[in-house]
Design a protein around this ligand. Structure first.
Ligand code: FES
Ligand code: FE2
Length: 458
């Protein structure tokens, strides 16, 4: 989306400048007393001479660009996609962002970590990024998968590497019916079970030929996969948000971040009540760099939070709920109109529904999804769907505000160590409760991080 806007702006600039240049060149042959209609317009408006006309044309082009920019700000979805090294690192002088991020990743003490891939549903892709016949390569839970949409409009997820000679099915592979065809020798694999159904040059397809098929579902505008370390079937469903399905709430944007931490750190934040009053109180205009968020300049704006975290009882033991009450204070005055209450319902280890219901700002949901890419690298997306009749600028502002607060947490997560036996006080008790609740997503065979001493010592 970002790229499209940039190219639209480029096209507009080229067209504007081209039209301007045409005016200037075409009129340059006329004398001052010329009687042409075009020239008369310039003369009656008093804009005579090529330089003045050039200025007018450039100004018109700039106004057009400003209009486009304004349209984008007000109406098009907000898309903030951050790269691996973009957020949450302090970059020392003389280092690039990538170097700084790599050094921190290498040197950081990890602590005694829980298993790295909990059992559950994880988002792999947003539905609108997968049109019929499209193929995508996604890294998820340390694996490479191919995600494609068959001619039946269903999304399928298979292991990406072809069992024949190992080509990546997502890199050049084509959708044929509801199968994916390997780019190397043309073997075809069925989306619904991964079975090989055609080898173009062989008389017989071996019975056992196939790739792993991931249990997947498509709901709330997202494609998700089920992971269980023992290959067990899904133990719960991702609830459907009716308002998204029936079009009452529409897509208004998404953010994507990569976080250098164990997956459990991210949801644990919900039960860490005390950090809100410290990390998230400074006004969002003070930014995301924790070295400066407490600066006196921005003290006139404050966020106040009241939260409560609770696991849900059976049969929703895999869910938990956080109730958040947010209040905004500007110059010591509490703006009641901007009080926001949010219900954050977590479903399994990888998906959270942040539900907004505000008398004045409307209703909607942010889908917060955490998907492990590698043991200590999480892809976190926030996708907002909001009441269609509320101006898009409202959900975009909500998403941006959420993004700012979230990036403050990232700076902590990217640099912290996991403490398996934390030094807690009574007021921190929800953290232990959360750890007990979250441990249900690990089982005996859940994969653990393999330490490589050589990468940790200096
Ligand atoms: S490697 Fe896929 S068909 Fe040969
Ligand atoms: Fe936080």
């Amino acid at each position: 989306m970002e790229c499209k806007s940039v190219s639209t702006a480029k096209v507009a600039a080229v067209v504007g400048l081209g039209v301007g240049a045409a005016f200037i060149i075409q009129d340059s042959g006329y004398t001052l007393d010329s009687d042409s209609t075009r020239y008369r317009i310039w003369r009656t408006t008093g804009l005579q001479g090529a330089p003045v006309r050039a200025v007018v044309c450039v100004t018109a082009a700039l106004c057009f660009l400003a209009g486009l920019w304004l349209y984008r700000v007000l109406f098009s979805p907000l898309e903030l996609l951050k790269s691996y090294d973009e957020v949450g690192y302090i970059v020392p002088e003389g280092r690039s962002r990538a170097q700084a991020a790599n050094e921190i990743r290498r040197r950081r003490k990890t602590g005694e970590l829980p298993p790295v891939y909990p059992n559950g549903w994880y988002r792999v892709l947003d539905s609108h990024l997968l049109q019929r016949g499209e193929v995508r390569n996604v890294s998820v839970l340390g694996e490479q998968v191919v995600v494609f949409r068959g001619q039946d409009d269903k999304a399928y997820v298979l292991d990406a590497y072809c069992p024949h000679l190992g080509a990546n099915l997502a890199v050049g592979g084509q959708v044929v019916g509801n199968c994916i065809e390997c780019p190397f020798h043309g073997w075809q694999f069925q989306g619904n079970d991964g079975k090989c159904v055609k080898i173009p040059y062989a008389q017989k397809v071996p019975e056992f030929a196939g790739v792993r098929c991931w249990p997947s579902c498509e709901v709330n505008g997202q494609v998700l996969v089920w992971f269980h370390c023992d290959g067990e079937d899904p133990q719960w469903d991702i609830p459907e948000q009716q308002e998204i399905t029936n079009g009452e709430w529409v897509y208004r944007g998404r953010t994507e971040h990569f976080i250098n931490a164990h997956i459990q750190e991210i949801p644990e934040n919900a039960a860490d009540v005390a950090h809100l009053a410290h990390l998230h109180t400074p006004g969002m205009i003070s930014g995301v760099d924790l070295r400066y968020t407490n600066s006196k300049t921005w003290e006139f704006m404050r966020h106040d939070w009241k939260v409560q975290w609770e696991p849900e009882p059976e049969p929703n033991r895999h869910c938990s709920r956080m109730l958040v009450k947010h209040a905004l204070t500007l110059f010591g005055i509490h703006w009641h109109l901007l009080d926001v209450n949010v219900v954050a319902r977590q479903v399994g280890p990888g998906v959270v529904f942040l539900l907004f219901n505000h008398s004045f700002l409307g209703r909607g949901v942010i889908l917060h999804c955490v998907t492990p890419v590698e043991p200590l690298l999480q892809c976190v997306s926030h996708t907002i769907f909001y009441q269609a009749n509320i101006p898009p600028v409202v959900p975009k502002f909500i998403l941006k505000s959420e993004c700012i607060q979230f990036e403050r947490d990232i700076m902590i997560w990217n640099n912290k160590k996991y403490i398996s036996k934390p030094l807690l006080v009574k007021e921190d008790s929800a953290i232990l409760k959360h750890r007990r609740w979250y441990s249900q997503f690990y089982s005996e065979n859940s994969p653990r991080l393999q330490y490589r001493r050589d990468t940790l010592d200096f």
